[in-house]
Design a protein around this ligand. Sequence first.
Ligand code: SF4
Length: 312
Amino acid sequence: MSRGRRKPDWLKSRPPSGSRFTEIKSTLREHDLHTVCEEANCPNMGECWSGNDGPGTATFMLLGDRCSRGCNFCDVETGGMEALDPDEPANVADAVAEIGLDYVVLTSVDRDDLADGGSAHFAETIRAIKRRDPEILVETLIPDFGGDPEAIRRIIDAEPDVIAHNVETVERLQWPVRDRRANYEQSLAVLDQVDRESDIHTKTSLMLGVGEYDHEVYRTLGDLREVGVDVVTFGQYLQPSRSHLDVFEYVHPDVFETWRRVAEEEFDFLYCASGAMVRSSYKAGELFVEALLREGRSPEDARRHARAAGGD
Ligand code: SF4
């Protein structure tokens, strides 16, 4: 356990700043929108929002800012969920256009309190963005919707460019890391359904430093490839507060680099982003375009795909 142990130097990050950052923040407030970037106080906000040499990326959090679950690693508030904001899909599409993003990540809290888990609202937000501009690439980081295949199908039918769902950690540690309503098999089934029912790229993320063994991570990579996952990311778990799960270990950057190579060279993932500061949608736009190029496809090709898929 690392309770109270000093964070190593490689975990130091600069607070986000700059005109682009301030501009985006005010646009979000104008449209009454939430982002995971802000809710989780993500260390990469400045970098992602500015989009150095590629499409800027921001991750919008849908379905409110309070979750029906309480995972022990997550800083999002639990309980007290409010009614969905019917204007949210249009507001997100407006904000995306105003900020000028060409790669958007949509995620959400879990809403086990809603009959469809919020899937129809999530799907409508994808459609609202694509109706506004079919050229925009949309990545969705979805909950497991309680394993309801109909809810997942609603997301597939809205035709985003990437569907991500996080397994978060290895099978043995699902509890206590995740809420008891989440589990390894259910998360693999979500990714498997997308792979079987569409040609949409799939993606997942694992946190390291919660007590996993190497052989478990290795096995997880195998399980993910078995259900057709294209992209995987690894990042360091950071304790949001003393009431959250302890950090078991600060994983060295060399270990992250090893997992990147294993994932790409041994398991043939299309792309693996791996590093202490990497988060699910870290530089998602740039990495996705990179992944397409590896597949021999061009971003134009992806956009043609998006245009064909988006214009309904
Ligand atoms: S499901 Fe878990 S990880 Fe996701 S927002 Fe809720 S508490 Fe956080």
